[in-house]
Design a protein around this ligand. Structure first.
Ligand SMILES: [Zn+2]
Length: 170
């Protein structure tokens, strides 16, 4: 059985399609035909600028972000694709929440669509904490086709695991 841990929650028919791609060794072809590009957002500094540009375009009035950084230790799926944290720090006796967005380092090498998707996801959390309908509407607004791209990102993660660990099929 192919482990489709990234695709739990999707319809069985969709999972079956991916399973077939997997078994036939077609995952890479599927991904590279749809997402052939790369991007130059390689440092924390450019990631911060990139994120603020998206925020300025769509979420001008949402709370500000203090920091955006790549995190090599971040487990993408465990934190539901990203990590949104507010760190409380003491500032002159006053407690001030610091907004920080961490993006898993694997997105450096991922297609630009996937980077955009994860940034949009994290930004949407500035307004909606839960993964509810309003949250996904906001994601779609910032990135049309968001749902398909999130699905394909999960396929990408599956492919990446296979590359690193050998086929998940036994
Ligand atoms: Zn989330």
């Amino acid at each position: 059985m192919t482990s489709l841990k990234y695709l739990q929650g999707y319809p069985a028919s969709l999972q079956e399609q991916v399973r077939l791609l997997c078994e036939r060794g077609h995952l890479q072809a599927y991904l590279s035909s749809r997402y052939p590009g790369s991007h130059s957002v390689q440092s924390d500094k450019t990631l911060y600028t990139y994120t603020l540009e998206v925020k300025q375009a769509y979420l001008k009035n949402a709370p500000g972000i203090d920091k955006v950084l790549y995190d090599a230790k971040l487990d993408v799926m465990q934190k539901a694709l990203g990590l949104h944290t507010s760190i409380s720090r003491v500032h002159g006796g006053k407690l001030k929440a610091k907004k920080e967005i961490r993006i898993a380092s694997l997105f450096k090498d991922a297609a630009p669509e996937f980077l955009k998707m994860i940034v949009v996801h994290e930004l949407a959390h500035l307004k909606e904490h839960e993964h509810n309908k309003a949250f996904y509407q906001l994601c779609e607004h910032m990135l049309p086709g968001y749902h398909q791209i999130e699905f394909d990102l999960r396929v990408y993660l599956l492919w990446r695991d296979q590359e690193q660990n050998g086929p998940a099929i036994s």
